[in-house]
Design a protein around this ligand. Structure first.
Ligand code: FAQ
Length: 315
C-alpha cells in the first residue's frame, strides 16, 4: 500500500504507516483529529497571553528578548497547527469562530494568572515540560501533517523548557525573596500542570474517555495517566535541583513501582475550569476576540492585495 495514494485506512494503521490528507479515512478519525489539532492550535495562541503579560516588565533586556522570542514561537506553533488542521478540510476562520464562541476548547492551564516574574520561568519549566512530554509521542501520530508539525514544535518546546528552568535556577540562587517567588510559583503551577494531561482514563473521575479509540487509531500513543507519571518522574529531581518543595505531601518514591507516587488531583477544579469558571477564562477569550477584531483590517488588506494580484495576472 502506498502512502498518500488512496491507501486502505485499516491497512495503513495496522502497518503503522502515516495517513495523508488525500487518503480515505473514517469520518470519526477526521473529526477527532480536527478537534485535537484545533484545540492544540488554540492553546498555543491563547498560551501567548499569560507570558505576554510580562514582556514589558521583564527584569533585563536579555530576559525580555528571550521572552519575546518564546511568545513569537508559540504564535508560529499555532499557525503551523491551523495549517495542519486545514489539510483535513476545515477552514481556519471556522476554527477561530469556534474558539471565540466557546465551542472549541484550549488547554485548561492557560486560565491561570501570571502573578510574578517567577511564573514566567514556571511556565517554561512546568507547562512546556508537560507539553513536550505529551507532544513527543505525537511526532509518531498516524496523521502525517500533524506528526511532521510536531517535530519542529517539540524542538522549540524543549528549548523553552530549558530556558524556564535556567531562569528559575538563577532566581533560586538569588535573594531570599527571589527564592520565595520560585517556591510560590511552583506551588501555584504544579497541580494545573498535572491536569494538562487530561482526565484519568479510568476510575470515578474519568471523562467519556477518548484515549482508547485514539490509541487504536495511532493518534495518541500513551494514555493520559502514563504521560502524567512520566512527567512527575522527570520533574521531581529537577525540583530538588531548584531546592524547592513540590506542594504535595504524598509525593514519595515508590521503590517497588520504580516511580514517584503522588497525591490526588482535584478533578472538580479541572472540570470547573473547562466549563469556563477558571480564574482567567473570561479575560483570555475577551482579549483574543478583541485582538481578532483589531486585526480585521490586516485580513481585509491581504484579501484586497490578493485580488489585485489576480486581476493583474489576468489582465
Ligand atoms: N484542557 O478523553 P480526553 C502548550 C478535554 S500546548 C482542556 O483525555 P483527548 C504549548 C478533551 O479535549 C498545550 N481540555 O481527550 C505552550 C476532551 O474534551 P471533548 C495543549 C482538556 O483529546 C506552552 C475531554 O477533556 N496541548 O502548552 C484537557 O483524547 C507554553 C476528555 O479528555 C495539546 O493540545 C486540558 N488540559 O486527550 C504554549 C496537545 N485535557 O473534546 C504556550 C494535543 C482534556 O471530548 C506556553 N492534545 N481535555 O469535549 C492532546 O494530546 C489531547 O487532546 C489531550 C486530551 C491529552 C490534551
Amino acid at each position: 500500500t502506498q502512502r498518500g495514494d488512496g491507501g486502505n485506512f485499516d491497512e495503513l494503521i495496522e502497518a503503522d504507516l502515516r495517513i495523508e490528507p488525500r487518503d480515505q479515512m473514517p469520518d470519526d478519525y477526521r473529526q477527532t483529529l480536527i478537534r485535537q489539532i484545533a484545540q492544540h492550535a488554540h492553546s498555543e495562541i491563547i498560551g501567548m497571553q499569560p507570558e505576554g503579560n510580562w514582556i514589558t516588565r521583564a527584569p533585563s533586556l536579555r530576559r525580555k528578548a528571550i521572552l519575546i522570542a518564546k511568545v513569537q514561537d508559540e504564535a508560529g506553533h499555532g499557525l503551523y497547527l491551523y495549517s495542519a488542521a486545514e489539510t483535513l478540510g476545515v477552514d481556519r476562520s471556522e476554527l477561530l469562530d469556534k474558539l471565540h464562541s466557546g465551542r472549541q476548547k484550549y488547554s485548561s492551564i492557560f486560565n491561570y494568572p501570571t502573578l510574578t516574574w517567577a511564573d514566567v520561568g514556571a511556565i517554561g519549566w512546568l507547562v512546556d515540560g508537560a507539553a513536550i512530554m505529551n507532544q513527543v509521542p505525537l511526532c509518531r501520530c498516524s496523521f502525517g501533517p500533524y506528526a511532521r508539525a510536531m517535530i519542529r514544535v517539540c524542538k522549540e518546546e524543549s528549548f523553552h523548557q530549558r530556558q524556564g528552568f535556567e531562569s528559575l535556577y538563577t532566581m533560586s540562587r538569588g535573594s531570599q525573596r527571589q527564592k520565595a517567588m520560585v517556591q510560590d510559583a511552583a506551588n501555584r503551577w504544579w497541580w494545573p500542570a498535572l491536569m494538562m494531561f487530561g482526565p484519568p482514563d479510568t476510575g470515578e473521575h474519568a471523562g467519556d474517555g477518548r484515549t482508547a479509540q485514539s490509541m487504536a487509531w495511532g493518534i495518541k500513543r500513551f494514555a493520559n495517566d502514563e504521560l502524567r507519571q512520566k512527567f512527575v518522574d522527570m520533574t521531581v529531581p529537577q525540583a530538588q535541583k531548584l531546592g524547592i518543595e513540590l506542594p504535595d505531601p504524598d509525593l514519595k518514591w515508590n521503590e517497588e513501582r520504580g516511580h514517584w507516587d503522588f497525591g490526588a488531583i482535584d478533578w472538580d477544579e479541572f472540570w470547573r475550569v473547562l466549563k469556563g469558571d477558571g480564574p482567567c477564562n473570561e479575560e483570555r477569550i475577551n482579549h483574543r476576540v478583541q485582538a481578532h477584531e483589531d486585526g480585521a483590517w490586516v485580513r481585509e488588506a491581504a484579501v484586497a492585495y490578493h485580488e489585485k494580484q489576480q486581476e493583474r495576472q489576468q489582465g
